[in-house]
Design a protein. Structure first.
Length: 312
């Protein structure tokens, strides 16, 4: 059975797929230095042992999918901060580390490695061809090195940018999970396509339009699953419902807790493992087939999901 078939079978099962939690904020918890320019990608060079440890801890916690630490290793970011020479090396290393930890596990056949392709860096001022080329460059490295799927992590990006990302990655021979962020409009209470890291702790909000419409438009370009990422927990259930209404394939969610103050993650709005599991049960009831966590959500929350959602 091919890896794609195994993943499809897993998505078709009644038990939700458990995605891992954050890499960056978990590396920070373990003492890795966060870089002002390339954030947690620096750990691939400075402390790869900690990157190994984060993946191993998520596997031990029961994650079905672990994500490469390539989120902030985009070509745009690495060129901007004088690290372009290491672009290919760091992205390859992110895959090798994740695959090594997967292969060491006694349940290696049931664990999938997701290659993180992201919009980290300044993409907004670039033309469509240049944007597409940047995304393609990172995705090709990750796919060639053996990831089982690509996860497009697009938080805060416009529909134009996300569509370019999907177009750049949809023909690389691996499933493509598209992750988009959302925010609840404070006046209308509607779920909107955009970004708000912490409603309790920051006032920074970007809104682009209705969330359901954005999901429909983006997934018409391509992609095998759509997930809500890096959004506050309180909006997650409604976001999952909108994804189900606007896409016929698998949907999922991995919200965050806290907010970023370059180059570190601020650990506020934290949630206990039991509270996280209770909320996740509602996301699954709303239609989520994939559940995990983004920045600020760590190993213990993922352990709670892996243990608690088996009964679904």
């Amino acid at each position: 059975m091919t890896t794609n078939q195994r993943l499809d079978d897993r998505l078709d099962s009644a038990v939700p797929i458990i995605l891992d939690g954050a890499n960056g904020s978990e590396l920070e918890r373990l003492g890795a230095r966060m870089d002002d320019g390339v954030w947690c990608a620096r750990a691939l060079a400075d402390c790869p042992d900690l990157v190994h440890k984060v993946h191993r801890r998520y596997i031990d916690a029961g994650a079905d999918v672990i994500t490469t630490n390539s989120y902030s290793a985009t070509r745009v970011a690495m060129q901007t901060y004088g690290l372009a020479t290491y672009f290919e090396e760091w992205n390859r290393r992110s895959v090798h580390i994740a695959c090594e930890e997967r292969d060491r596990s006694s349940r290696a056949e049931s664990i999938f490695v997701a290659g993180s392709v992201s919009t980290y860096g300044r993409f907004s001022g670039l033309d469509d061809d240049t944007i597409t080329d940047h995304f393609r460059a990172q995705a090709e490295i990750l796919a060639a090195e053996g990831v089982d799927l690509l996860i497009l992590e697009t938080l805060g990006s416009t529909e134009r940018t996300v569509k370019a990302m999907v177009s750049a990655t949809r023909d690389l021979g691996v499933p493509v999970w598209v992750s988009i962020s959302c925010v609840r409009d404070r006046e209308t209470n509607a779920v909107m396509f955009g970004i708000e890291e912490s409603g309790e702790s920051t006032d920074a909000v970007d809104i682009y339009g209705p969330f359901g419409d954005a999901a429909h438009h983006i997934m018409s370009v391509g992609g095998s699953a759509v997930l809500m990422m890096h959004s506050v927990m309180d909006v997650t259930e409604d976001a999952v419902k909108l994804l189900r209404e606007n896409f016929s394939g698998p949907v999922g969610a991995y919200p965050n807790a806290g907010y970023w103050t370059r180059p570190n993650w601020t650990f506020v709005d934290q949630v206990t493992p039991d509270e996280y599991l209770a909320d996740a049960r509602r996301w699954v009831a709303a239609g989520a087939a994939i559940v995990g966590g983004c920045c600020g959500v760590g190993v213990e929350q993922i352990r709670a999901l892996a243990e608690g959602l088996k009964e679904i």
